[in-house]
Design a binder for this molecule. Sequence first.
Ligand SMILES: *Cc1c(COP(=O)(O)O)cnc(C)c1O
Length: 403
Amino acid sequence: MIDNRSSVYDELGVSEAINAAGTKTRIGGTRIRPEAVDAMTRAAESFARISDLQARASETIADATGAEAGYVTTGASAGLTLAAAACLAGHDFSAMARLPDTDEIADEIVIPKVHRNSYDHALRAAGATIVDVGTNDGTLGAVTTDLETWELKEAITEDTAAIGYVARNDLPLEPVVEVAHDHGVPVIVDAAGRLPPKSNLTAFVDAGADLVAFSGGKAVRGPQSTGFVAGRSDLVSSMALQHLDMDAVEGTWDPPASLVDVDSLPGVPRHGIGRGFKVGKEELVGFVRALESYVDEDEAACLKGWDDRARWIGRALDEETALEIAYRNEGDPTAVTRVAVTVDEATVGGSTVDLVGRLRRESPRIFVGDHDVTAGVFTVDPRGLTDDEAEYLVERIVAVAAG
Ligand SMILES: *Cc1c(COP(=O)(O)O)cnc(C)c1O
């Protein structure tokens, strides 16, 4: 509780958290847009068919991204699982029903070695086997690239179902897409955290990616448990078939034609591998409103507002002699400014790890960015903070640093 304001978490006896760490899932991700919350409350008042809501969301995603179609998932991670399932099974009902067993179908997803990460699990959950290709030479500072085109070509075989690619600032996407498409293989892009800049909504689709997964609960500021995939309509249709509730009787099954072309299918499929990732009507409606607002919002003004807050926090922390302030992403007009705080551990009389740990154990808990904490640096991300919380954060950091 700050300023005698009692939160719903306090009512439950759960410590509230001050989020200066950015859009981190483990502390609730983002500050959802008020218009999304309002839409969710109203969605809770009556019913709609989920497939109709997905078809409507598909239009919003297509408009926002320039893709043929889109689909709302329970986070980007679930989006990757469904994307993999679509690339593995296509519209083959028996292959869908067997996943994650992949006997008799191409089941390898080829990924540049430098793009391997914990979210590979999301692709493997559909039944895919990861095959990595290339090197990690970039981390040595070597001049060679981490992936040569010939390496990718040689890794693609008749067992390849897709290429996986993580949107970062290393390997260019276009040559990967070119090789993949030469071999008739789709490319799945994990762009979960690559907003801002908003131009990335269209960038990977423009570069030819077949399916691109984003989080709905990061920069879009939709419901935290949402994500979305933008891409080819045939693959999005396969995702829908493997995700929607399929307790339907043939003849009464009438999903929206834009998502599922019933006439081209042999009947009603079984529940697919995505059935456990259901998205509720409230989340669907909240997500659509959030994405619309995100598309319309003045990105430069938002970034400027966060830059102002970061600098206000930086100046206030700079008053404390044990803390040295720098700014990350300074001068980059498309990125969020973060405060990087170097702790003089001798003056503080303890490690930065201890300091960050002590802030977390307070009530309310205070989360600062801990990526470089073992190097004596913590960061402050301005996006999750109100003005009152920013003031409180500074007060507590200074108090803890002063011992
Ligand atoms: C956040 C993130 C995810 C997971 O997104 P969710 O929406 O939380 O499921 C996946 N990949 C990357 C690179 C991310 O940053």
